[in-house]
Design a protein around this ligand. Sequence first.
Ligand code: HEC
Ligand code: HEC
Length: 366
Amino acid sequence: MGVQLSKRCALLAVALGVVLAAPAVIAADIGPLPALKYDKAKAELGKRLFFDMRLSGDAGIACSTCHDPANGFSSPTALSKGYPGNGHFRNAPSVINAGHKKVWMHDGRLGTSLNDVTREMITEDYIMNMDMRIMQERLKQDPVYVKMFKDAGYGEPSNGKVRKAIPEYLMSLTSKNVPFDKGTMSAAAKRGMKLFTGKAGCVQCHNGPLFTDQKAHNTGVPENFDVFLDPMNHQAFLAFAMFQGIENYMNLKRDPGYYNVTTDKADMGKFITPSLRELKYTAPYMHNGMVKTLEDVVVFYNNGGGEDSNKSSLLKPLGLSKGERSDLVAFLLSLSGDPLTGAEYVWQEPYPEEYEAIANWQKVRN
Ligand code: HEC
Ligand code: HEC
């Protein structure tokens, strides 16, 4: 009887296996990004804050130190800088189009709002290491901020309003004049798009107007051992892992990725699919900057991704010819628009270095 049953189960499993192994048909849902609404005065204030080093504890770094406009608002080095005195363990992603996302950070640990992301960036000790109360007082010392907060309808400078104004600025950072959106792609890019949505299977994960399903997958990107061998980076990793409550973190020699969110071993080494917009500016690639160029990215996928026991079954060697590989790169490049490096996006006025002493400061309310 028992044997009979298990035989039946085996048969059932085989039948199911056949169904599961059939290629999933994923409809490509790629297209232009919808416009984002934002308030001009609030975004202008957010811009000044984003480039202001006074938002970090020792006034040594600004958001823009790691999210560099010249590199598509991402870090040009494989691993991001950290708060002075330590390094970091991941690449700082581009914040262009961050306002379109529903989930942030490479491991997807923040999923509520850009307000939360902004708070994490400012207060995290290995990022900006700032006490929000001190930040608020610093901002009140600067008459330009006092006026800008007022003009933006925010009243007095406060930490809550900083966490509103910066996201407003981030909403203004969206792709501009993208060949894919405008329908001005080259013939090579059009051939690449066919591969992307067909034979190369990229659209299985990179779908929607942002070219991401915003879900976590393991693609087998190799570890960046600079995280564990360079004490500057490792101490940031340890601070992160300790605070997140990751077990056995002192001995961990890999980035746990999405496991950090679910604590399910099956999610070890999974990362949220990144957007493929603005890649022209944002090298190097992947959560740890381990892939240097888009040509290398395509070679990586052509080999069926990297090596990991948890690797997604959606990745298989692709057998793309040299011509097909360069068409795919041409398509990826057609998803990048104008660089956002002009005064519309980058704060260019100097910040005051000295302030007039406030007479009777204990009685003053601004
Ligand atoms: C010291 C470097 C550094 C500074 C300064 C910094 N960031 Fe980041 N930022 C990062 C890194 C690294 C990540 C990815 C972290 C991760 O996945 O764990 C990130 C992630 C983000 C993301 C999520 C992007 C995405 O697509 O998931 C946003 C948005 C962001 N930062 C905005 C800001 C803002 C706003 C500031 C200033 C208040 C700021 N950052 C300051 C390094 C920095
Ligand atoms: C199984 C889902 C999946 C498939 C299929 C897939 N990707 Fe990815 N892709 C990801 C994930 C997840 C990452 C992030 C991995 C990491 O950071 O370690 C990524 C990263 C990338 C990056 C780096 C982006 C950046 O900003 O760092 C590029 C470029 C890319 N993929 C292009 C492609 C192309 C081209 C294809 C088809 C040949 C493809 N992907 C197929 C899930 C997938």
